[in-house]
Design a protein around this ligand. Structure first.
Ligand SMILES: NC(=O)c1ccc[n+]([C@@H]2O[C@H](COP(=O)([O-])OP(=O)(O)OC[C@H]3O[C@@H](n4cnc5c(N)ncnc54)[C@H](OP(=O)(O)O)[C@@H]3O)[C@@H](O)[C@H]2O)c1
Length: 273
């Protein structure tokens, strides 16, 4: 498993497993299967309502804590009390600390993300999370945060796939040493990515699936990626992406699928509060 070095001196497994929209009643079983398949990096959030299931799967797995990388996120209505929110998430996860804690959205209309960031800096200092970062921060949100704090987020988790690449955010993140995590890496099955002829052609050339090609594009682009699936065979498929490489020409052709805004399948960060 490849790892990415973060700006705080830690590393993160580049491929993980996301649990957005995984039914809380099914989460323990599904995360248990993902751990059996080999995933060691799980991306959850307080708002997903399934931290308890993630925690039960971790506890039952017997996998040493140091071999797991667990991310959760601060929901928007708790930006004024991040310490209480993280303690509640830790209780649900059954953990003493997470590896990465993120501000889930900037929620700019509330104008509290700078205050929340200072609280996350304190939570890292107090050992409740190893790393801290943000999600859904676009250039104006990152610029405001960076102007207000000496602590640069370790990651920015943004909606990102070949048809929605957010180049301005990525450029600023790279300039400041912020690693990019791709959410909705497969277009959430809402954008017709896996049927795209360029991706299908690369899949056929390598004897891989379209999903494997898209995941490989994220990995070779340097992004951290954690596709979600409820299905064990897809967990295996999405994990078997280290035995082939896209050529420079294939990478360029997939990168050229940028749809200039039409590829967004989630909400614009300025509209989520
Ligand atoms: N920070 C944020 O605001 C934010 C927002 C959204 C997501 N995220 C994180 O990012 C993770 C990934 O994003 P996502 O779950 O939204 O979307 P995604 O991973 O792009 O897409 C998941 C969809 O793709 C399908 N799928 C998975 N593997 C497949 C395969 N091999 N072939 C065909 N279809 C496949 C899944 O179906 P089945 O489940 O039916 O297999 C599901 O419908 C989330 O789980 C979450 O951890 C963060």
């Amino acid at each position: 498993m490849d790892s990415i070095s973060l700006n705080d001196g830690t590393t993160i497994p580049q491929l993980g497993f996301g649990v957005f929209k995984v039914d809380p009643a099914e989460t323990e079983r599904i995360v248990t299967e993902a751990l059996e398949v080999g995933y060691r990096h799980i991306d959850t959030a307080a708002i997903y309502g399934n931290e308890e299931g993630v925690g039960r799967a971790i506890a039952a797995s017997g996998i040493p804590r140091g071999e797991l990388y667990i991310t959760t996120k601060l929901w928007n209505d708790r930006q004024d009390n991040a310490p209480a929110a993280l303690r509640r998430s830790l209780d649900k996860l059954g953990l003493e600390k997470v590896d990465l804690y993120l501000i889930h959205w900037p929620a700019p209309a509330n104008d509290r993300y700078v205050e929340a960031w200072e609280a996350l800096v304190g939570l890292r200092r107090d050992g409740l999370t190893t790393s801290i970062g943000v999600a859904n921060f676009l250039v104006p949100h990152l610029e405001k945060l960076l102007a207000s704090s000496d602590v640069v987020p370790a990651v920015d988790q943004i909606e990102l796939h070949p048809a929605h690449q957010q180049p301005a955010t990525i450029a600023l993140a790279r300039e400041r040493g912020i690693a990019i995590e791709s959410w909705g890496p497969l277009g959430q099955a809402k954008y017709p990515l896996l049927e795209n002829p360029v991706i299908v052609a690369a899949a056929s050339a390598h004897g891989k699936s379209a999903a494997q090609v898209v995941i490989r594009w994220h990995l070779q682009s340097g992004f951290i990626v954690f596709p979600k699936t409820n299905h064990r065979e897809r967990m295996i498929e999405n994990f078997e992406v280290f035995d082939f490489a896209l050529s420079d020409a294939e990478m360029a052709a997939i990168t050229a699928l940028e749809a200039d805004g039409a590829g967004r399948v989630g909400s614009h960060p300025d509209t989520v509060n």
